[in-house]
Design a protein around this ligand. Structure first.
Ligand code: IMP
Length: 188
C-alpha cells in the first residue's frame, strides 16, 4: 500500500528529491515524492517562477507541498544563466558554460523553496557563493561537476558533504524552522 505523508516534494527531478529527503530527515521531517512535470514560466525572478510552480503543483497534488526552483548566477556573465539555468543546461550544458568563461569564474547558486497548501504560499531562499571550475570534476547531476562552493577545492560532485552546506540545505533549513514552528502551534 502506498505510504501517506503530511507533506510532498513535487518535481520531475529525482536527484533533487533524494537530496531534499535526506536534508529534511536531519530536521525530523518525512517527505513524500509527487513526481510530475511542472509549468515553468519565463521570468527574471526566481521567486515568481517558484510561486507559479507551487500553485501548479498544488492543483495537481492537492496536498501540502514544497517545490524548489534554482538558478546558477555567473558574475562575468552578468548573472546569466540565473532563472534560465534549466534551459541553458539542456542546450549548451556544462561544457558550453566552461567555454564561455575566462579569468573571473565567480558564481552563486540560489535555491528557492516554496511551500503551498490551502491557505499558505510561502518562499524561503538561500544562496551559496563559489566558482566555476576550469574543467568537469567528479560525477554528479546538473551543474555539480562545475560548481565549487566557497572554502572548498572540490566541486559539489566531488564533495561528500554537499547536503550539509548547499544552497538547498540552507533554504530547507529556513523552511524547516518555519514549518515545525507552525506545526507546533497547530497553524497548518
Ligand atoms: P530548476 O529550474 O530549479 O530545475 O534548476 C535549474 C537548473 O539548475 C537545472 O538544470 C538543475 O539541474 C540545476 N540544478 C539545480 N540545483 C542543482 C544542484 O544542486 N546541483 C547541480 N545542478 C543543479
Amino acid at each position: 500500500m502506498q505510504q501517506l505523508f503530511d507533506i510532498y516534494f513535487v518535481s520531475s527531478n529525482k536527484h533533487k528529491y533524494q537530496e531534499v529527503k535526506k536534508i529534511l530527515n536531519t530536521f525530523g521531517i518525512e517527505i513524500g515524492f509527487f513526481k510530475t512535470e511542472l509549468e515553468e514560466i519565463q521570468s527574471n525572478s526566481l521567486k515568481d517562477i517558484a510561486k507559479k510552480k507551487a500553485k501548479d503543483a498544488f492543483s495537481k497534488c492537492k496536498k501540502p507541498l514544497i517545490i524548489e526552483d534554482d538558478g546558477l548566477f555567473i558574475d562575468s556573465l552578468s548573472g546569466f544563466p540565473g532563472p534560465y539555468s534549466s534551459y541553458v543546461f539542456q542546450t549548451i550544458g556544462n561544457v558550453g558554460i566552461l567555454n564561455l568563461l575566462k579569468n573571473n569564474r565567480k558564481a552563486k547558486f540560489e535555491s528557492i523553496i516554496t511551500f503551498c497548501d490551502k491557505k499558505n504560499l510561502q518562499s524561503f531562499n538561500a544562496k551559496i557563493s563559489g566558482t566555476i571550475s576550469k574543467s568537469l570534476k567528479g560525477k554528479g547531476w546538473g551543474y555539480d561537476p562545475i560548481f565549487t562552493p566557497i572554502n572548498s577545492s572540490k566541486t559539489f560532485a566531488e564533495l561528500k558533504n554537499k547536503n550539509q552546506l548547499s544552497h538547498r540545505y540552507k533554504a530547507l533549513k529556513k523552511f524547516s524552522k518555519w514549518y515545525l514552528d507552525r506545526q507546533e502551534s497547530n497553524d497548518l
